[in-house]
Design a protein around this ligand. Structure first.
Ligand code: ZN
Length: 161
């Protein structure tokens, strides 16, 4: 079992906090099989709200898939209290937003997609259903009378203890 953090970097314009919203938030990932090296072509969704019971024992996972090439069943669990938001203080740094407990697979790509909430600075609006599929998002906050935006989203993965 390997713990892998997803680190995200983004530029926030008049936004103080960007947050993956609720347990139904879906992390969109591509994986590689650590057993045979097969890389998944399609995107997979991993969500706290999807619980997959283990074939043996009492564990539950948040994602499980059978490798097309070597037929091994690989699983991923989200470490619940690892989920963080990206704030104005994190700008220009890669912040770990979530840690995955990976058994047999490792994530190799991430797409931000939708399901985020973003809060404007200075007591501005809280925007729900922020869609980062295009790797950027822009709106206008009529409370602070300023444009708000999120862009230049980048990510890395790294192993944690
Ligand atoms: Zn495999």
């Amino acid at each position: 079992m390997v713990k892998i953090a997803l680190r995200v970097k983004a530029t926030l314009e008049n936004i103080e906090e960007l947050k993956p919203f609720g347990p139904e938030f879906r992390w969109c990932l591509k994986f590689t099989c650590s057993n045979c090296g097969e890389k998944s072509e399609k995107w997979n969704y991993v969500s706290l709200s999807d619980e997959v019971p283990a074939q043996h024992g009492k564990d539950t996972y948040h994602f499980s898939s059978k490798c097309k090439l070597c037929s091994r069943v690989n699983t991923v669990s989200i470490i619940k209290d690892s989920i963080k938001s990206y704030t104005i203080d994190d700008q220009d740094t890669f912040k770990p937003l979530v840690v995955f407990d990976c058994r047999g697979v490792e994530p190799i790509d991430f797409s931000a997609r939708d399901g985020w909430t973003a809060k404007a600075i200075d007591g501005g609006k809280e925007f729900t259903d922020v869609d980062l599929t295009e790797n950027s998002w822009a709106e206008y906050c009529d409370k602070i009378k300023q444009p708000v935006a999120i862009y230049e989203i980048e990510h890395t993965f790294d192993r944690v203890k």
